[in-house]
Design a binder for this molecule. Structure first.
Ligand SMILES: [Ca+2]
Ligand SMILES: [Ca+2]
Length: 462
């Protein structure tokens, strides 16, 4: 039986050596070794007849200096017809996983029966009214050593308390009785009532969302409370380990501290940390969205209508969605570029019908990219563009040329005459820029008119 206690101690030491403790042993009795300055402190008597004594005399306690004994104040002779006991009020916690009573007992007797306990010690549970709730066990003269006076044959006794007696006020009683002949002396020492309780932890989180996306180390985000200073816990990152870490862990209460790496994306992220059975979440915000162009200015290569692809890179954090919009020059400049995070800008421009450069602007999240489109080349004939708002280019034509007109001329017709004033071609003016094919016309000098009143513009077909 001694080994059982030793094994228990060994288990406790192993448990306490671990970082995480699942359960703890709690002693529920006061002064179980009778070593208090008042040896029966914590205990109450039952039918005391003055025969309960703290033991010393010629006998040695199992542990310490004192023990409790019954049967006779004169330990040399023992005493018959004793019926008395002692008890202590207890309440075994409801959440106990188990509870066991251990005590050391020494019995000397003049009884010779090896089968009948004429004198005995009963261990019982009674309610506060004194009624018996449970008989936990009996040890009698049959377990004793013959001879009075006699001394010190201590043995460990133990009994498990069934769980249906948990969570109620009880009296744990040791009740002695000797019959009318052949006395028996009982001694008790080192009584312990050990409940095994689960370790329980409560995590109170003060900060569940960090203030920004920056890296931070060893910041206190909460507090962990344990139901015992012998309960060890360790905080373990369950998700988000690529950016979230903690070294927190302690016996008993302690703060919960974490470290985080910087979040370089615009997407908030949440990691989880497990403490005992509790899972807590920590959220780190993303960075604000910013949009930076690789260049803030782009100049088209010509005045002609064209698509220009990937004219500037946009650098933005992951998770930042953007849609490029034309904020200036919308009549001739357009874009369908959009992205999430990094991307590029492509544009479509209409032909510039004038000789002046024009400027448009594209916004991505408020950042502006300036687009310059040159005016059409000045061929020397460009002054043919009249105040009427019509111009032609090139004027030296191989097969096609362009008629650029002011808006108000859209819907009219253009007419081409030869040098003799003969009409050779007529067509509709459908937009500000109209392509005319004269591939089938002989080389020579021609004149173009738009509508009724424009000045004739000279065209040379090569
Ligand atoms: Ca003792
Ligand atoms: Ca007896």
């Amino acid at each position: 039986m001694k080994n059982k206690i030793k094994n228990l101690l060994l288990i406790l030491m192993v448990l306490f050596g671990l970082k995480v403790t699942a359960q703890i042993e709690v002693s529920l009795l006061t002064n179980g070794g009778f070593e208090h300055q008042t040896p029966f402190s914590g205990w109450s008597g039952i039918n005391l007849q003055g025969n309960l004594w703290e033991g010393q005399g010629s006998c040695s306690a199992y542990q310490g200096n004192s023990y409790m004994w019954v049967g006779d104040s004169e330990q040399d002779s023992g005493r018959n017809d004793v019926a008395e006991g002692l008890y202590q009020s207890i309440s075994i916690p409801q959440n106990a996983l188990s509870c066991s009573l251990y005590f050391y007992v020494s019995i000397n007797t003049l009884e010779t029966s090896v089968t009948v306990d004429y004198d005995y010690l009963d261990v019982k549970l009674r309610n506060n009214s004194g009624q018996i709730v449970a008989n936990l066990g009996r040890i009698g003269n049959t377990a004793g050593t013959y001879g009075i006076p006699g001394c010190q044959n201590w043995a460990l006794a133990s009994v498990a308390v069934p769980s249906n007696y948990f969570n109620m006020p009880l009296q744990l009683t040791f009740e002695f009785a000797t019959d009318a002949s052949e006395p028996t002396i009982f001694r008790l020492d080192s009584i312990s009532l050990i409940a095994t309780l689960p370790c329980e932890y409560t995590a109170n989180i003060i900060i569940d969302t960090l203030k920004d996306a920056n890296a931070a180390s060893n910041i206190a985000v909460g507090f962990v409370s344990a139901n015992s200073s012998n309960c060890g816990w360790e905080a373990v990152v369950k998700s988000g380990a690529t950016w979230l870490s903690t070294e927190s862990g302690a016996f008993g209460n302690d703060s919960l501290r974490i470290s985080v790496l910087a979040n370089t994306t615009a997407i908030a992220r949440t990691g989880t940390i497990e403490i005992g059975d509790t899972i807590i979440s920590i959220t780190q915000p993303g960075v604000p969205c910013t949009y930076v162009y690789s260049q803030t200015n782009y100049t088209c290569t010509s005045s002609l209508a064209n698509n220009y692809n990937n004219i500037a890179n946009v650098t933005a954090p992951t998770g930042c969605n953007w849609l490029a919009s034309v904020v200036e020059g919308g009549t001739w400049l357009s874009t369908t570029s959009q992205g999430s995070g990094n991307g590029t800008i492509s544009i479509t421009v209409q032909e510039n019908p004038t000789t002046a450069q024009r400027t448009g602007k594209i916004s991505v999240g408020g950042s502006l990219l300036t687009i310059n489109q040159p005016g059409k080349p000045n061929t020397g004939l460009a002054d043919l563009a009249d105040s009427y708002g019509v111009s032609v280019y090139p004027n030296l034509v191989n097969s096609e040329f362009n008629i650029a007109v002011a808006k108000e001329h859209i819907g009219t017709t253009y007419s081409i005459y030869d040098a003799l004033g003969q009409l050779v071609l007529i067509g509709n003016v459908t937009s500000e820029s109209n392509v005319v094919n004269i591939e089938g016309i002989d080389s020579g000098i021609y004149y173009l008119k738009v509508g009724e009143n424009s000045k004739a513009i000279k065209i040379v077909k090569q």
